[in-house]
Ligand binder design. Structure first.
Ligand code: ADP
Ligand code: MG
Length: 386
């Protein structure tokens, strides 16, 4: 489908639902993180790429302070809210994500009034590809432009993070929001989550005969929601016990001594965060040196750390990583918060088919539903489509 036909399609749905023409359409992508997992809430380093899959928000201003929300992937109804009455805990279901963006912009002192918003998306939800941040980022950018604000992207990401933290109630770090708002096509984004310093690092696996695949396992274990908050609290407790502002401040040469000071249950968490920040440092050296094949070992080491130390992998993600290795992949790791979701797999181009087939066959043998496998192409961050 061409871009124009696509926009026409979005506009006609908007007109059918809201009885008026939209002003424009804004898109924000999902993401995969190459390396640097569970480091963002420890002030550490991450290396995400944006995916070509986006959440699109088609929108128009309203003058009566009403916020009307419709999603093609929602429950079929229009949710209607008043922007002045938005408050954490007051909105249920999917609509709390776009509502949170409007609330957070207003809470940050920006003049945002009513709007009609139509959401459409091809970012799989609950797959660890960050559809939630894409939805809040696309909404925030739409409102930003509709209300003629001029907020720098990194600040907009902080606002969207606050939306998800305080309004939706998910204690996530800043990576997903920055990835969706600040990534650029053909690059991985090296982000220091402490001060939001960013470097765009060229990332082009195809130029070296490699492919990065996303394997969406299709599972999300309920355990994940509470466990994430517990892990975050554990990391913060460890930093406090060590007298550090955050675990990012613990260098590898101080790790052994630090571990001696900590209770047993916190040691693996600290080991993961310190080693994971080192893996980001290593990956950032490998990418510009054109040593993408060596990235594979970094990915696999990252997965082992998430599995054995942080304990956020699950049988489905482990099966993808192990099967990919046996079938000849360069490396693989779960990406996202864990307990299900997606795995990224780095393969030589000729191995795409055999590795994909081996993963699908292993899932079949284990009695799991067939996973969805697609290429991860480094795409653009959030932007106005039309
Ligand atoms: P992830 O961010 O990994 O996809 P989350 O559980 O954080 O998983 O966010 C998924 C939730 O975001 C969905 O359950 C839904 O409430 C909301 N969401 C994402 N995309 C859409 C969409 N296109 N329409 C409506 N709600 C959506
Ligand atoms: Mg999410």
């Amino acid at each position: 489908m061409t871009g124009l036909a696509f926009s026409f399609d979005l506009g006609s749905t908007f007109a059918a639902v809201f009885g008026t023409d939209p002003t424009g359409t804004w898109a924000a992508p999902g993401r995969v993180n190459l390396i640097g997992e569970h480091t963002d809430y420890n002030d550490g380093f991450v290396l995400p790429i944006a995916l070509p899959q986006t959440v699109r928000v088609t929108a128009r201003r309203r003058t009566d302070g009403r916020l009307r929300l419709f999603s093609t992937q929602g429950d079929g109804g229009v949710v209607e809210l008043s922007v002045t009455e938005l408050a954490p805990g007051q909105v249920a279901g999917w609509a709390r994500y776009p509502a949170s963006a409007v609330w957070a912009l207003r809470a940050a002192g920006h003049h945002v009034g009513g709007a009609d918003l139509h959401v459409d998306s091809d970012v799989p939800t609950g797959a660890g590809l960050s559809s939630s941040a894409a939805l809040t980022a696309a909404t925030a950018l739409a409102c930003h432009d509709l209300y003629e604000l001029s907020i720098p992207r990194a600040e907009l990401a902080r606002i969207v993070q606050r939306a998800e933290n305080e309004f939706v109630g998910v204690p996530c770090g800043i990576m997903d929001q920055i990835a969706s708002l600040c990534c650029t096509e053909g690059h991985a984004l090296h982000l220091d989550t402490r001060d939001l310093t960013q470097h765009q690092i060229p990332f082009d696996p195809a130029a070296q005969g490699l492919r990065l695949l996303v394997v969406d396992t299709g599972v999300k274990h309920d355990l994940g929601d509470g466990a994430y908050a517990e892990l975050r609290a554990g990391c913060e407790r460890a930093a406090t016990l060590l007298g550090l502002p955050a675990l990012r401040d613990l260098r590898p040469d101080g790790l052994a001594a630090a571990l001696d000071l900590l209770p047993d249950e916190l040691r693996p968490l600290v080991r993961h965060v310190v080693s994971e920040n080192e893996r980001v440092r290593l990956a950032v050296k490998l990418l510009p040196a054109g040593r993408l094949e060596a990235l594979g070992a970094v990915l696999t080491a990252g997965h082992a750390s998430l599995r054995d130390d942080f304990r956020v992998s699950c049988p489905e993600t482990d099966l993808v990583v192990d099967t990919a290795a046996v079938a000849g992949a360069r490396g693989a790791r779960m990406t996202g918060g864990g307990f299900g979701g997606s795995v990224i797999v780095l393969v030589d181009e000729p191995d795409v088919e055999p590795v994909s087939a081996a993963i699908a066959a292993a899932f079949g043998r284990a009695g799991y539903a067939e996973p969805r496998i697609f290429p991860a192409l480094p795409a653009a961050g959030a932007h106005r489509l039309c």
